[in-house]
Design a protein around this ligand. Structure first.
Ligand code: NAD
Length: 260
């Protein structure tokens, strides 16, 4: 579906981002991966995607908590790959603490990566997409872009910000061939969530799997984790022609979390 198109997926060396990059490569898109990790493991991911799907895959290790680096990453992607058709703003981090105890540096880091990086990447990509007369911006927000939970103030504020920024992007690009949408996943069992399961297991003095079930039972009525593949499939849909008139939306993929 996306042969000849170029997708930049931030935070795609693991978890949801890797699921999204894989789904887009499967549809023929050339990919710019971004994110941290072991250099050999990243090279294995890069070369496997290239070999499996016959597309070009590059990796940019930019630290997206710095606005300048975000803008440089987009500029490099365009000079390296020739264009940018799909931008998936996915990189994100979490920290849990009450508002009174929330470390200021963690607040700043979460806002910088989870919200400001979305602004910088969008601002850098839009001139290219406008010139092309088409583009897809897909922001991975969260159910926490729609509702709150205790001890996640920075994350909730950033993700609500992402949903608002997505709407602003949609209005500024309406009718240009560019769309902007947010996906709002519930629990997906990635490294980001595994550490919360471990913390819960320690608190409840129970094993990892019992804690995982307890985590789901508290918020996600389906009692099943969303998978990175399911988020990847949603991104493919939003990037397709079928979604050309969908813009400014925030779509929950959350096993019923926000239904109650
Ligand atoms: P993850 O920890 O598995 O992956 C995060 C990715 O971001 C990794 O590739 C990591 O290297 C990269 N990254 C971290 N800091 C970075 C930085 N400064 N610059 C560039 N890259 C950086 O997490 P995940 O669960 O796959 O989360 C991906 C996105 O999905 C995040 O925005 C997260 O908030 C969102 N999300 C996750 C869940 C969930 O349950 N896992 C639910 C809703 C939303």
């Amino acid at each position: 579906m996306f042969t000849g198109k170029v997708a930049v997926v931030t935070g795609s060396t693991s978890g949801i981002g890797l699921g999204i990059a894989t789904a887009l490569a499967q549809q023929g898109a050339d990919i710019v991966l971004n994110g941290f990790g072991d250099a050999q493991e990243i090279e294995r991911i890069r070369s496997t995607l290239e070999a499996e799907f016959g597309v070009r895959v590059a990796h940019d290790g930019a630290d997206l908590s710095r606005g300048e680096s975000v803008r440089e990453m987009i500029a490099h992607a365009v000079s390296r790959m020739g264009r940018i058709d799909i931008l998936v703003n996915n990189a994100g981090i979490q920290h849990t603490a009450s508002i009174e105890e929330f470390p200021v540096e963690k607040w700043d880091a979460i806002l910088a990566l989870n919200l400001s990086a979305v602004f910088h990447a969008t601002a850098a990509a839009l001139p290219h997409m406008k010139q092309q007369g088409s583009g897809r911006i897909i922001n991975i927000a969260s159910v926490h872009g729609l509702v709150a939970s205790v001890n996640k103030s920075a994350y909730v504020a950033a993700k609500h910000g992402v949903v608002g920024f997505t709407k602003a992007t949609a209005l500024e690009t309406a009718g240009t061939g560019i769309t902007a949408n947010a996906i709002c996943p519930g629990w997906v069992r990635t490294a980001l969530v595994e550490q919360q399961i471990t913390a819960l297991a320690q608190r409840k003095e129970t094993d990892q799997e019992s804690a995982a079930r307890a985590l789901l039972a508290e918020k996600q009525p389906s009692l099943q984790f969303v998978t990175p593949e399911q988020i990847g499939a949603m991104v493919v849909f939003l990037a397709s022609d079928a979604a050309a008139q969908m813009t400014g939306t925030a779509l929950p993929v959350d096993g019923g979390w926000t239904a109650r």
